[in-house]
Design a protein around this ligand. Structure first.
Ligand SMILES: *[C@@H]1O[C@H](CO)[C@@H](O)[C@H](O)[C@H]1NC(C)=O
Ligand SMILES: *[C@@H]1O[C@H](CO)[C@@H](O)[C@H](O)[C@H]1NC(C)=O
Length: 380
């Protein structure tokens, strides 16, 4: 059995998973949105920004923040693989002081497919309305309102909106090159307006089986890659992975399987892609369990692990907020430094990435209040 350990970006494949999905279209109740919050949220959602294609929404955001008199820097992140479109993080602050005590941050990319902004009564539907343009809009308005109230001054708060969060986090990793550090970083993702006290870790795994093609009537002449892969996957379905009181079970999702070319041909190639959500331990611990388990399949399989991380602790010590534990990954582990971390935002992850992504207007409005409270707490 060979075990070359490579870093593959398995998450890139997850992003494709919704390509075939079609949003539900129902007649919309038209309603004009006039508040600065709703206007900004609408502007963000209307600019399609599936990972790799964030340039237009970044331009929109830069222009918006400049109009609000923020000092704005764009940080080149470089084109997505196979594309030439420029991509940039947007970094903004008050006046000349780019080093601030608090960072307020979220991401401007979305998962596919794009579907447009739609107001339905008190609800706002569309790709990115929740994940994470609801956070982006309410974070900006929170800072604007604190500024207008005279609560903030130069050196207090910076805003950072990154590309690439949905697929590997290249935007946030690049943000480490800004050469800055903060006392507190407030991250925006859908947490149902609660403070997340932690999130599960994540890692990816790909298994490849290489057999020998032949006529299905003469199995002795070939070796079926499918027959090699299936027992290995069955072992993984039954493997015991670390559990923790806080996060529950480590879960393993066999997201894709493929193998063979026709029913009457012995499959030469087969493979599966798997995502693991870690409730405890480290990627190294999980790797060992997986490899020990696959040894029992007694087949020569290639196993590739993507780089990942264990469960992430998040601060949740702000009075007045409910707390929640979430099972999704964020950019939090991608930002270096020993800052205090908060994770908060409008909408629920159950809607994000779905074909019915939406939130309520009052969630956005409450998120502005929540971010203001978090920023003020961090500046105490
Ligand atoms: C930005 O600054 C200009 C010039 O000082 C001022 O006229 C304008 O009202 C400011 N805009 C905002 C949104 O604060
Ligand atoms: C966690 O795993 C155990 C053992 O496999 C299982 O019995 C239990 O139902 C799982 N819990 C949840 C919430 O899925």
């Amino acid at each position: 059995m060979r075990f070359p350990t490579l870093s593959l970006l398995l998450l890139a494949h997850q992003a494709q998973a919704f390509q075939g999905q079609h949003p539900i279209h129902e007649p919309s109740i038209s309603s004009t949105s006039t508040s600065p919050l709703l206007k900004l949220h609408k502007g963000l959602v209307e600019h399609e920004s599936i990972t790799g294609n964030e340039h237009n929404v970044a331009k929109y955001l830069i222009s918006y923040l400049k109009d609000q008199n923020f000092t704005v820097e764009s940080q080149d992140v470089g084109p997505w693989k196979g594309s030439t479109n420029p991509r940039e993080n947007v970094f903004a602050y008050i006046g000349k002081q780019r080093k601030t005590r608090v960072l307020v941050s979220s991401h401007i990319d979305t998962v596919p497919p794009f579907w447009p902004y739609e107001r339905r009564g008190d609800e706002i539907w569309g790709r990115g309305t929740v994940d994470a343009k609801g956070s982006v809009a309410s974070q900006i308005i929170a800072v604007e309102e604190l500024l207008a109230a005279g609560t903030l001054e130069e050196g207090d708060v910076a805003l950072l909106f990154v590309v690439g969060e949905e697929v590997g986090g290249d935007g946030m990793k690049k943000a480490n090159d800004l050469g800055l550090s903060w006392e507190t970083a407030i991250f925006g993702e859908p947490t149902e307006l609660k403070l997340a006290s932690g999130h599960k870790g994540t890692m990816g795994l790909e298994i490849v089986a290489k057999g020998k093609a032949g006529h299905s009537g003469y199995p002795e002449l070939g070796k079926s890659a499918n027959a090699m892969l299936v027992p290995a996957l069955n072992l993984l379905l039954n493997v015991e992975l670390p559990y923790s009181e806080k996060y529950g079970n480590t879960t393993l999702n066999i997201g894709t399987m493929e193998g063979g070319v026709a029913a009457n041909v012995i499959a030469e190639n087969a493979g599966a892609k798997i995502a693991i959500r870690l409730a405890d331990g480290t990627p190294a611990v999980i790797e060992k369990i997986i490899l020990d388990t696959l040894l029992k399949a007694d087949e020569e399989l290639d196993v590739f692990f993507s780089s990942g991380y264990g469960p992430v602790y998040i601060d949740s010590d702000v009075p007045g907020f409910d707390t929640i534990v979430v099972n999704y990954g964020t950019d939090i582990p991608n930002l270096e430094g020993d800052h205090k971390k908060y994770l908060y935002g409008p909408g629920t992850i159950m809607m994000a990435h779905s074909d019915h992504e939406h939130l309520e207007v009052k969630d956005l409005e409450n998120a502005v209040k929540g971010y203001k409270a978090l920023i003020e707490h961090a500046l105490k």
